[in-house]
Design a protein around this ligand. Sequence first.
Ligand SMILES: Nc1ncnc2c1ncn2[C@@H]1O[C@H](COP(=O)(O)OP(=O)(O)OP(=O)(O)O)[C@@H](O)[C@H]1O
Ligand SMILES: [Mg+2]
Length: 358
Amino acid sequence: MDLKELFTGTKQLVGLDIGSNSLKLAEIVSTSHGHILNRFLQMPVPPGTIVDGVLEDAGALSAIIKELFRDSGCKGKGIVISLSGSSVIVKKVTLAQMEEADLRDLIRDEAGKYLPFDNMDDVNYDFQILGDNEYNPSQMDIMIVAAKKTDVDGYLDAVTAAGLTVMIMDVDSFALETMYEANYAFEDNEIIVIVNIGANLTNINVIKGGMSIFTRDFTVAGNAITEGLQKKYHVSADEAERMKIEGVPGGEPGNMDLRNTILDCADPICSEIERSIDYFRSTFGGDYIKHVYLSGGSSRVVGLKSHLSQRLNIETELINPLLKIEYNKKNIDTEKLDSIKTIGAVAIGLGLRKTGDK
Ligand SMILES: Nc1ncnc2c1ncn2[C@@H]1O[C@H](COP(=O)(O)OP(=O)(O)OP(=O)(O)O)[C@@H](O)[C@H]1O
Ligand SMILES: [Mg+2]
């Protein structure tokens, strides 16, 4: 990479994916030749800090954010974070065509109708016009995104206490869409599904022609596998987590048994994914899905990819957030690339955002 480009390229915001299992920082530099991942760092989050998407220990989170930024060498102070799971609601509605200002008033007055909140004063929301409705051009499709102020404030406070400023509040599934757009070529009507399986949460995002048309988050993910192993082998959570990732000493056949058990424990995740995709197919007219892309730490479960592929009858592969994005070899170890590709999708999607874009 040309050093000069590093300095002339636009400095973007820093992506910070606040996962319940680990934080991920992604700093991207955009040049006329494309995007470069300049820095990436992951740092574990102590259990109990974020429980079921709710921030339980803002002090602990703030301390790790500080450490993460210090250790990464990242100088940027403006960051992008995301909400997911029960802390955010994404809702598509269809309304009559109108000017954006009128729409803003209408949504302010009537958002309560579309969103499951009693008091809209407690809610932060925003919306985006997706375009004309496919079936009725006198109407337009709108995406409303809403989150309870208390949920958002906790994260904002933790970030502020770490000496940083949140410039954009994004949503996990939209970050996946941004990352996909930057890396993959797609046709207008092509439908693909990104499934991000983390520790507490699985995000499903159905994308048509580069635009999100259906999203769903559910709280069955890697932790469910760990809990399954705990019960089956009567071990502690830490021990089960270690077995899941590192296997057991002594090689085969013990590890083959373990791998089968892990895949069995992953069954509830697969069932939920299948149910979400069935729901999508039934509501959206059974559209043809070209690919399922897996991401997230739990996509590493051996055999999961082929199991899902058979079950869904859709070609399934691991996503590659660095398909078209270069990386800075001075800051990023080549050995870390596989791990970054697995766990970095959301952080990279966030790091691609710039101030002022929508
Ligand atoms: N090799 C592996 N095999 C199986 N599971 C793995 C492996 N490596 C990591 N995991 C699991 O991946 C999960 C962490 O993934 P990820 O970093 O995507 O989660 P997160 O973003 O921190 O959590 P969430 O978004 O759910 O709050 C953990 O449950 C961990 O046990
Ligand atoms: Mg995550």
